[in-house]
Design a protein around this ligand. Sequence first.
Ligand SMILES: C[S@@+](CC[C@H](N)C(=O)[O-])C[C@H]1O[C@@H](n2cnc3c(N)ncnc32)[C@H](O)[C@@H]1O
Length: 298
Amino acid sequence: MFELSLLCPEDRVDVLSDALDALDALSVSVEDADAQTPAEQALFGEPGMPPPKDGWQRSRMVALFAQETQAQEALQLLSAQDFFEGCRILGVQLLADQDWVRLTQSQFAPVEITPDFWIVPTWHEPPAQAKQIIRLDPGLAFGTGTHPTTRMCLRWIAQHGVQGQRVLDYGCGSGILAIGAAKYGASSIDAVDIDEAAVTSTELNAEANHVRLLAGLPDKAKGQYQTVLANILATPLKVLAPLLCSYVASGGSLVLAGILERQADELKAAYAPWIQLEVADSEDGWILMTAQSVAALA
Ligand SMILES: C[S@@+](CC[C@H](N)C(=O)[O-])C[C@H]1O[C@@H](n2cnc3c(N)ncnc32)[C@H](O)[C@@H]1O
């Protein structure tokens, strides 16, 4: 395989991508040409909200070709086009054969939640100090333990304990929080998600970890729980406020993640009619917000 690399401004990405496709590129990838530099631009938005920007100021595009002659022809054809003005060829190079499985696996090392509690891919030996582990491989559903929001929820479970509790994992993804709750002694766990693939993934991961739980679509959540965990994103968490609060048993805990530091006040306000949220943890600009439901008076 041969890689043709180009540098182009934001407004040329679509036209160049279409042209490379028409020139039989096997794949075209686009990345921020300024990644890992002070000029790097973060481009994330929330569901239902417009992204802050459509693309990066300068993109590095890489097209993959089966033959070197195809890559060289593409290079010459593109350079002659009007729309290529302002773009630059970075070069054509041979892409050496790789063991892609091994390469992918090497990117997923065991993740430390606490010194005792680790998430360990199946191809790794657990670290010697691990007393509690979750076995999990990257799959279709979110939640491998590498994201700060997942780690903060798991840390909360490990530090506060859920021994003997009925626990709800709302937005379970891979089921990692539900499995964590089981490892820390929850007696009954419901794990729900709007994505069917997440439900399947949760069931498979629970089985692989010898954990019993009930996974399903959100209508499977029923009654009240001593701990309700939801790692989604600020906008859906605000919409879900009355529902999630209705699941928290008297004296129980609500644990929310997927919230950026600057969103703390809007989340507090959205939940204020039911429960008083506080920031309990933070990592890499993300926060964990928790609340305890007021115990009913006897
Ligand atoms: C960020 S992932 C979290 C996965 C996992 N719980 C973790 O902590 O790593 C959010 C999950 O919430 C699910 N989700 C999003 N909106 C939802 C909603 N309104 N109701 C239920 N699940 C939802 C998504 O499908 C996704 O699997």
